[in-house]
Design a protein around this ligand. Structure first.
Ligand code: CP3
Length: 358
């Protein structure tokens, strides 16, 4: 089958549009809900599948990525969205860097960027529609296989978060190597960030054209920056991305979400950065977040993922308390970050039902 020519305009009709309505500020019958990292190791069917396939092999094989994307949708009829199975680190790969996913460790980039001279190693410009065509194919295939049950979210890492992985060579407790770049080599840091901004923008445009119905940008490493570094280095890229993506998509625009984990200090700015939805982590009080962002954006979040360790009654109660604070308008329910591998899928069901029964 030629997935490229699979009709992009003959997708099955969408039956559940709560997520898209909430993103656009329209009234909803029930609060839409999904879970960051909803396809993953907390699901036994994922672990079983993963024992047979390499992580990036799954990302690179549309049929496999599609199958994993659908696992939580098949299991939890209450979910109001799917998110394409992939990883933010496919962008460093497209730029020519090696990324390995080591069980028990996480992502490892064995040859990180050490000094600004290493920027010459990056393969830029990148033809994203070629280098990441497997993601676009996975999206198109998944749109068909979803049969319109729920919308499909596409995503990318934001430039600062990607820069962090490319310099640290993996996760880090302090991000001190990448923050050192910001202080020691500000011009070269901006050069790297602008390369990433360009690739991320093309990548998101490609995903929307392939069938993604909402695009989420993960700035997971915002928590390491304060307002000054964030406003100087990270925020301009976040703004450029929404502007570029919307300009290029024209009449085929889709709603966009910015989730900058830990960026409580920049909520006002994020609310004006061109995204319909602003995701917040669990450390931010929902009422305060609403005051800061105003009424023109949708908020997404923000139950402490660890609340899923509570008993059913406490979990439902805390979920209801959260919804009371957010209110039903311009709100998409989610956790305040991704679900952890040791969490019980039964608790996910309690959470989803508590949202819909509110
Ligand atoms: O269900 C979904 O949400 C879609 C799939 C998805 C994955 N990664 C799959 C994955 C998404 C949206 C991501 C985004 C991602 N990847 C982020 C941003 C979101 C966040 O959590 O802040 C980040 C920072 C990464 C980078 C990354 N990938 C890390 C740090 C790790 C290790 C930690 C962990 O959760 O394992 C990964 C691995 C990863 N990405 C797994 C999955 C299912 C587990 C890998 C495995 O099976 O071994």
């Amino acid at each position: 089958t030629d997935l490229h020519t699979m009709g992009q305009h003959d997708f099955p009709e969408l039956k559940n549009d709560r997520l898209l309505k909430a993103a656009k500020g329209e009234a909803v019958d029930k609060i839409p809900v999904w879970i960051m990292r909803q396809a993953g190791r907390y699901l036994p069917e994922f672990r079983e599948f993963r024992s047979k396939h390499d992580f990036f092999k799954i990302c690179q094989t549309p049929e496999l990525a599609c199958e994993i994307t659908l696992q939580p949708i098949d299991r939890f009829p209450e979910l109001d969205a799917s998110i394409i199975f992939s990883d933010i680190l496919v962008i460093p790969q497209a730029l020519g860097m090696t990324v390995e996913m080591r069980p028990g460790v996480g992502p490892v980039l064995p040859e990180p960027l050490v000094s600004p001279e290493d920027l010459a190693r990056l393969k830029f410009p990148v033809d994203v529609s070629k280098e990441l065509s497997y993601v676009m194919e996975a999206i198109t295939l998944t749109r068909h296989k979803l049969r319109g049950r729920v919308p499909l979210i596409g995503f990318s890492g934001a430039p600062w978060t990607l820069m962090g992985y490319m310099i640290e060579g993996g996760g880090s407790k302090t991000m001190s190597k990448s923050k050192k770049w910001l202080y020691e080599h500000p011009a070269e840091s901006k050069k790297l960030l602008s390369i990433l901004t360009s690739v991320v923008s093309d990548y998101l445009v490609g995903q929307a054209k392939a069938g993604a119905q909402l695009l989420q940008v993960f700035e997971s490493n915002a928590e390491y920056l304060g307002p000054e570094l964030f406003n100087e280095f990270a925020l301009p890229c976040i703004r450029d991305i929404s502007e570029k993506v919307k300009r290029e998509l024209g009449d085929d625009k889709v709603p966009m979400t910015i989730f900058a984990k830990g960026a409580h200090y920049s909520l006002e700015e994020l609310a004006q950065s061109g995204y319909e939805v602003v995701g917040i982590d669990w450390t931010v009080d929902p009422s305060l977040a609403r005051l800061k962002v105003g009424s023109n954006v949708t908020l997404q979040g923000n139950l402490d993922p660890c609340a899923l360790y509570a008993d059913n009654e406490q979990l439902a109660q805390r979920t209801h308390q959260m919804v009371d604070k957010f209110g039903k308008q311009r709100y998409i329910a989610n956790l305040g970050h991704g679900i952890y591998p040791d969490m019980d899928p039964a608790k996910v069901e309690v959470f989803l039902k508590a949202i819909h029964s509110h």
